[in-house]
Design a protein around this ligand. Structure first.
Ligand SMILES: [Ca+2]
Ligand SMILES: [Ca+2]
Ligand SMILES: [Ca+2]
Ligand SMILES: [Ca+2]
Length: 316
């Protein structure tokens, strides 16, 4: 009896639903015991485990090639997904899809003769040891990279889901192209909202008592000079221009009306965080003598796959 041919016939496996790999494991056990029953005692029959449910999805790579991988240390197996792309991944909520093939975006399912660590995937040149004793390559399928992204300016004003220009939501009060909820200078006067709200965010400061809080008031002291132009040293920060020693900044002092023309916004900062989920649909894994088909394979989630400060200077 040719056990390799038995394996070829038997080991085309189907994992019908995400994480439904108990079915697969049972199938493999059946194959294994069937071979034992037939008197298997030689040859290089390798039984796959394919159990990555408890493994954490990890990431390596650079701006031109991202590698996502999971390792099952119990059986020294890994599954990895290489995505060679210069596209930025996980920068906004939504899905980016990549077609899998054995030459473009590639899935590898490997078994090793010894333990491996993340450095195996994070080295530009994979180490020659441990040795690969089992290898399947994904010949088709689609990898979905799903991003749940949030941005925040941490300006002290709570987010409100609203298009209202005066709310910390999707409205853009100063028209600089940055919605209020991640614009750290909501009125575009080059004084940060976090500075303009004062000591009590629930009762934002209103210096000239005109009913408009300073962080949404372009002439905070109502002296007829726009706050942005009360910037004598022209460093795009009116908060540090104080004509009266020990006094208020000029933009809050109605008795000081020195004006310069400023036609630039200061550089803006905000924070972006993304949780990344990866799902592979219709994955076909092929080795030299067997094939595994998986309808939906959830590789899992990497929380805060991005957590970064974005800087940009809006056009005036
Ligand atoms: Ca804005
Ligand atoms: Ca804001
Ligand atoms: Ca203001
Ligand atoms: Ca003033």
């Amino acid at each position: 009896m040719n056990y390799t041919s038995i394996l070829k016939k038997c080991v085309t496996l189907y994992c019908y639903k995400t994480l439904d790999c108990n079915h697969m494991r049972k199938s493999l056990l059946l194959i294994f015991f069937a071979l034992l029953f037939l008197g298997c005692n030689d040859g290089d029959i390798i039984v796959t485990n394919f159990d990555f449910q408890d493994a954490q999805l990890q990431q390596c790579g650079d701006t031109t090639n991202s590698v996502f991988f999971k390792i099952n240390p119990q059986v020294n197996e890994s599954i990895s997904l290489n995505i060679p792309t210069t596209q930025e991944l996980f920068i906004e909520s939504g899905t980016q899809s990549f077609i899998l093939s054995s030459t473009a975006s590639i899935v590898n399912y490997r078994g090793f003769d010894d333990s491996i660590s993340s450095t195996y995937f994070c080295n530009p040149v994979p180490p020659s040891s441990p040795g690969v004793i089992l290898e399947y390559i994904g010949t088709s399928g689609v990898a979905r990279l799903i991003s749940d992204t949030t941005v925040d300016d941490f300006d002290g004003i709570d987010f409100v889901s609203s298009d209202d220009l005066f709310q910390e939501g999707f409205g853009d009060f100063d028209g600089d192209g940055i919605p209020n909820y991640y614009d750290f200078d909501d009125d575009g006067d080059n004084v940060l909202t976090s500075q303009e709200i004062g000591d009590d965010p629930s009762n934002p400061r209103d210096t000239d008592l005109d009913g408009m809080p300073d962080y949404l008031d372009t002439d905070d002291d109502n002296d007829g000079i726009l706050t942005i132009n009360e910037d004598i040293d022209q460093n795009l920060n009116p908060a540090n221009d104080i004509a009266t020693p020990g006094g208020l900044p000029n933009y809050l002092d109605p008795d000081t009306t020195i004006s310069v023309v400023i036609e630039n916004y200061r550089e803006h900062l905000y924070n972006r965080t993304s949780d990344g989920t990866i799902i592979i649909d219709n994955l076909v894994l092929v080795s030299s003598d067997a094939q595994i088909t998986i309808e939906t394979l959830s590789l899992g989630v990497i929380e805060q796959i991005r957590n970064e400060t974005i800087t940009l200077t809006p056009e005036f």
